[in-house]
Design a protein. Structure first.
Length: 476
């Protein structure tokens, strides 16, 4: 008898969960439900609140994605125009309090950069080729069918006559994002008391897309990190190379230091940061969009894996499980690693194995732990953060991360550990390996850099753009 699985939400988390189901259970009918009408190409949509802002697909995330698809997803993304960037040599990064990172002749950790719209489209296109057993429907999930022992489907509204208002299913995966109503759905079937924690530093993101100036096509990704140690609002900015020979320029500010949404205020904001390089790069660039602003940036974690009661056949992954301040760039990778856990469990045990959902929840929580500790340990330091003061564990994590970052600015051993951890290719224990730990204790062997480590050609590009900034340029 054929089985049926329902995946709630067609964002990255839902697409990857559906990919796991299609690979491990190819005879299972998969229904992917979303409230939005999905676009026919790489276009922004309402259901992805951070879609217009910078997204980084870290190495741990795209490596997990590779296991979920039969064809190479990395190659698909690069063929569509996404960029692959080395954290060691292809990035200029100013730390909070230790100067600029030196650049290393080392390509260990890499990330993929593109618009969220392109990423969604390429993944959705790959899924449609891989999964003939998949169908996508526009519908809003109103609740779960079943009880505290087992979920047997979902109640929906807005669906076509084919689906009706009740969809019976053998397995349900909630990947409906940070707006998920899963706590209410669970209470309605008798699962109470799920622990939840929220930490909100009030981050506001403001993003504008520019045409990459001629001659600057190979200029490195440039990042000015926020400072959580100063007792003042955090302020940051990034110039991110994306598809279509464009730059995505994102500014971020925590509560009390928010970037403005008007073009002149936006440019003034990024030019007033601790180093003027971001303003210098974009002042003479041609803007292609208005400034997009978003405030859906809080860290929210729901500890489903700790619930004493959990219904069979119901799983929560992606942002429906935990959301992170997007400044740390780990949300999509956590979703991908959770989907990889689902694939592994399905291959080992099958869709109907008792305890399968709970087992995957526990596995996925390990990836959440790493990303959560990074985000929260920093965000609790900003003024007026809502969600509690730093715990002793937060302070310990922060102190070690600060020392590791200082060492990483001039030590390849420490930098490799830091990049592996932030890329989610390794857990925090990676920093305790002898080479990295020794570098963390001793500090950077190279001098602190007060200016970005530009190559001669990059310095000429920056000088030319700085000089061109005095000339008038078009606005959209």
């Amino acid at each position: 008898m054929s089985q049926k699985a329902v995946v709630i939400g067609a964002g990255i988390g839902g697409l990857l969960a559906a990919a796991a189901l299609s690979r491990a259970a190819p005879e299972t009918e998969i229904l992917l439900l979303d409230r939005d009408a999905l676009p026919d190409g790489p276009e922004n949509r309402r259901g992805v609140p951070q879609g217009r802002h910078a997204h980084l697909l870290m190495a741990g995330g795209w490596s997990a994605m590779e296991t979920l698809f039969e064809g190479g997803m990395r190659e698909r993304l690069l063929d569509a125009g996404a960029r692959e960037i080395s954290l060691g040599s292809g990035m200029l990064a100013l730390t909070a309090d230790a100067g600029w990172f030196h650049r290393y002749r080392w390509n260990g950790s890499r990330m993929i950069t593109c618009t969220r719209a392109l990423l969604d489209w390429v993944v959705r296109d790959g899924l449609s080729e891989q999964a003939p057993n998949l169908s996508i429907h526009r519908a809003t999930v109103e609740g779960l069918i079943g009880d505290a022992r087992r979920v047997r489907g979902v109640r929906v509204s807005g669906a076509g006559s084919y689906l009706g208002s009740r969809i019976e299913a053998d397995f349900v995966v909630d990947t409906s994002g940070r707006g998920s109503h899963n706590l209410r759905w669970l209470r309605d079937i008798g699962v109470e008391g799920v622990e939840e924690r929220q930490v909100d530093c009030g981050l506001t993101n403001a993003t504008r897309i520019y045409r990459t100036p001629a001659g600057a096509e190979s200029f490195p990704l440039t990042m000015l990190q926020a400072n959580p140690y100063s007792g003042r609002p955090g302020r940051s900015a990034m110039v991110l190379p994306i598809e279509g020979n464009r730059w995505m320029v994102s500014a971020g500010g925590t509560r009390g230091g928010e970037p403005p949404s008007d073009p002149q205020g936006f440019l003034k904001y990024i030019s007033s940061l601790p180093h003027p390089i971001v303003g210098q790069l974009v002042s003479a660039a041609e803007p292609l969009t208005d400034v997009a602003v978003s405030r859906s940036t809080s860290n929210v974690r729901r500890y489903f894996e700790k619930s004493p009661v959990w219904p069979e056949r119901f799983l929560v992954l992606g942002d429906a499980l935990a959301t992170f301040n997007p400044a740390y760039g780990q949300g999509m990778s956590v979703a991908a690693l959770g989907a990889q856990d689902l694939l592994r469990a399905l291959r080992q045990h099958g869709l109907s194995r008792p305890g399968l959902a709970r087992r995957v929840l526990h596995d996925a929580a390990r990836h959440v732990d790493t990303a959560w500790s990074t985000a929260v340990a920093m965000d609790v330091l900003y003024p007026d953060t809502k969600g509690g003061t730093p715990t002793p564990a937060d302070r310990l994590t922060t102190a070690f991360a600060r020392r590791l970052t200082r060492a990483a600015t001039g030590s390849l051993q420490a930098a490799a550990a830091l990049y592996d951890i932030t890329s989610l290719t390794a857990g925090p224990a990676r920093a305790l390996r002898p080479g990295a730990l020794l570098a963390t204790v001793n500090g950077s062997p190279l001098p602190r850099l007060a200016e970005p480590p530009l190559t001669p050609s990059e310095r000429r590009v920056l000088q030319r753009l700085t000089e061109a900034a005095v000339q008038p340029h078009a606005t959209p």
